[in-house]
Design a protein around this ligand. Structure first.
Ligand SMILES: [Zn+2]
Length: 311
């Protein structure tokens, strides 16, 4: 099998798009259900050529790609959707109701806010093309159930990382596809787990979402970035504690007037060995490391906001 296509299970593959030549960052999941396929998050516009090349190798075509499941609409997950659907017009897209309007009209909110928050990274991802409304299945409730042949998927709203975030459990395998709501794991850094908490991050929602996932009792977590890991319940509990300890650390930094992200990173590295592993990697993991620094900004802003509210 082609090196960037990894079979993780008898029906699940991970397609590493190597966006910006970075491995282990953007890698949609492909799920097979009888003769049909589902893609979980498609990656940004600049990765679609590579995604289509890999889909061809996997014998995925416009007739058998039934669904795209979107965990949320950030550019690294949904940006390439409009481009992909030009060649897959029959595919239906399941997405949060709040995300749907921004896929139909990506110019204002999705593209402009990404340029503001991500800068050159958004430029590198490239601008998203609009998606036709009839391709979308917006989820209006906070839960959603869909059956694709013999496979059953239970969706739950998991805000925190984004207000428009859903996670879903593949019930047949007890695998929770958690998008970016449980941080990310980096296989080549000994599966270090680090928060994905961009501004405006809401820690209470994030922890409530983790508790909701624990209630569904998953066995494995499928992180959007970038692996399926066993021991889901331990990982969920570990991440909840990690979020709390990050918050305490950032509060302490702010009280000592340590406000620059790179300086806060040094303090976080002292209390969180997983995060330390990634912070030390300046050259190898450009995008992942930038995402981690973005998480510090998210925590810094939430601590400053709380401080302001209490003063
Ligand atoms: Zn992401």
């Amino acid at each position: 099998m082609e090196k960037n296509i990894r079979q993780l299970d008898e029906i699940i593959w991970q397609l590493d798009l190597e966006v910006d030549n970075e491995k282990e960052f953007i890698a949609p999941y492909l799920i097979k259900s009888n003769k049909d396929f589902i893609i979980v998050d498609v990656g940004p516009t600049c990765g679609i050529k590579e995604l289509e090349r890999q889909l061809k190798i996997m014998n995925v075509n416009r007739d058998n790609l039934k669904y795209v499941f979107l965990t949320h609409i950030h550019l690294d997950h949904s940006g390439g959707l409009g481009t992909l659907l030009e060649n897959f017009p029959n595919t239906q897209v399941v997405v949060h109701r709040r995300g749907a309007p921004h896929l139909i009209d990506p110019e204002k909110v999705l593209w402009q806010s990404s340029l503001d928050t991500l800068g050159w990274v958004a430029e590198m991802y490239e601008k998203p093309l609009p998606v036709k409304e009839e391709c979308l299945i917006p989820i209006h409730e906070d839960t959603f159930h869909i059956k694709v042949n013999e496979l059953e998927f239970n969706w739950i709203e998991t805000p925190g990382h984004a207000s428009h975030h859903f996670s879903f459990m593949l019930e047949n395998k007890k695998i929770m596809f958690c998008g970016d709501s449980v941080g990310m794991v980096i296989p080549s850094l000994d599966n270090a787990m680090v928060p994905t908490a961009p501004h405006p991050y809401r820690i209470e929602s994030g922890i409530t979402s983790i508790n909701k996932m624990i209630e569904l009792n998953p066995e494995k977590l499928a992180f959007a970035h970038h692996a399926i890991r066993p021991g889901a319940l331990e990982l969920l509990r570990k991440h909840s504690k990690q979020l709390q300890s990050w918050k305490e650390c950032v509060e302490l930094c702010i009280s000592k007037d340590i406000t620059e992200e790179e300086d806060i990173a040094i303090e976080i590295s002292k209390i969180d060995s997983d995060s330390a592993k990634l912070f030390q990697q300046k050259d190898v993991f450009g995008g992942l490391r930038k995402a981690l620094v973005g998480s510090i900004t998210g925590f810094k802003n939430l601590v400053l906001k709380e401080k302001e509210a209490n003063s």
